[in-house]
Design a protein around this ligand. Sequence first.
Ligand code: WTA
Length: 637
Amino acid sequence: MSYPYQIKSLEEYHAAWKKSVEDPEKFWGDIAANFQWKKPWERVLDWNFKEPSVKWFEGAQLNITENCIDRHLHDKANQPAIIWEPNNPNDPQRILTYAQLHLKVNQFAHVLKNNGVKKGDRVCIYMGMIPELAIAVLACARIGAIHSVIFGGFSAQSIADRLQDAKSEFIITCDGAFRGPKDIPLKSVIDDALVSCPFVKTVVVYMHTRTPVSMINGRDIWWEDEIRKIEQKGNPDFPAETMDAEDPLFILYTSGSTGKPKGVVHSCAGYMVYTNYTFVNVFQYKPEEIHFCTADIGWITGHSYIVYGPLSAGATSLMFEGIPTFPDAGRFWDIIDKYRVNILYTAPTAIRSLMAFGLGPIQNKDLSSLRVLGTVGEPINEEAWNWYDEHIGKGNCPIVDTWWQTETGGVLISNMAGITPAKASYATLPFPGVQPILVDEKGNEITENNVTGNLCIKAPWPSTIRTTYGDHERCRTNYFATYENLYFTGDGAFRDENGYYRITGRVDDVLNVSGHRIGTAEVENAINMHTGVVESAVVGYPHDVKGQGIYAFVIYNGTHGDEELIRKDITATVSRIIGPIAKPDKIQLVPGLPKTRSGKIMRRILRKIAEGELENIGDTSTLLDPSVVEDIKNGKI
Ligand code: WTA
């Protein structure tokens, strides 16, 4: 397979961008013609951001798994689709060729159907990073069920919230997952979640860690037993369900500035076209190369650049179960050496944590196969960028800094490896089809360069968020109502004299901790559930490795005197309610919070204190009780 739409020079990029803006229908129609459709579209694009209503390739029918698997069988049947490296380097690796992936996805699609899953049903997937996770995702897509993958670091309560929101009656999980030295009992977390979700009818369990599990008769079934039944029938093919272009493909929950996480919905056709297009162009993928994206499939990066983007392009996608520092900080470099990896796509937080181990873990590792390096998830500081460039890329590999979001489905602003210029800590230029603009607080467009503003996008790209599951109004108010006729990203950005964008971070109350989005309101709600907590306020502060750390100011009037133990209790509560990923890094018990006369917490002041800028707090005269600020400053940890 070659990619006629792969951009090969800076001039081609500029021409493509211009064409995509002047005639998006022709531009994306030409690209979409390279995919396998069951029925062609009647109209490429129909949209308004008012409702919002965004429809791409309407009238077309397809199944994304035919594009990710079946169409590669004639010339790539024996090429690895997925290479799997286990958590423990001494355990056997696994390789699934396109033919084997086809077999396994077909088998599991039968399993889903035999157990009553139908097109449009929501299937929750809570698994570790093993090939069966990708197989489960693709089997859902094959039968037209809407998958909702939940990252393994979320708690039972978070799972229950998501199950209830999506009304998922079907769950796919494993007994446990390995993460570095830990063994996480996933099925047991699911069992806890199901106490409040009696509507769940079936739980399929894949045996991986051989952790003891309780299997409830009539509800819980083993993956392997179900597969055996299909094998006994001779492994018949599973005809891919016919999906309309705009049928939902998946839900992925993500944190916002208010309330509970939102179920971001992506649809079949646009998401397929855009993840493929960006995969091929960001990384300048060449057939047979090995692409190693270190994200977890529980996040959007794994959905788009481990599963759908690479597989739709017939690529070889390397999936890693473990963590970068286990059994030692040379793990990534060993994997690159072992498989001759060509593309490494990781998060700045991983780079920073590995930098801290010095150059020892890189020595004697052959990284010469690397051609392209990528980052995603948070701003990358220049120091980390330079280290990545010098010590991993050896000065020879372009670094793509890809800015995008769960809601955007694929990369919106990034350089293209070796094609458009890179600039340290800049995501640089918009992709074809993407029209970023900066606006001021009032929503007026800022047209000059060398300015900072709120980052918005003017028109839809194919994998624009379609809705938030079960609550379209929430989608409108969150993303399309702040500024009229614009998609608002929630990020701030600086634009330099060349029109390159540098993302400066969130402008709303969302934290980015180790590249994971966490809403301050969510953490506060969790803290407030702890008995004795009167009120809390959570802000971010700069953290050397995580990018942002979580700082919680808590008013506590409980009786358990020892502060250290109180902090531990609060941390345990957050872990229980949201999951270990949301644990505060610092908890300061305070006598009061800085509030305005109308009772609003002045987070600006708390942020300054958390950042350690004690001398530069700013105006406190509008506070109800300015003296509280002194108390908080004095107690800073
Ligand atoms: C941040 C991850 C700076 C940003 C794909 C965005 C980035 C949020 C970058 C989305 C980048 C992502 N540079 N910041 N290259 N990439 N972000 O939904 O704040 O998990 O809004 O999607 O991460 O996080 P999400």
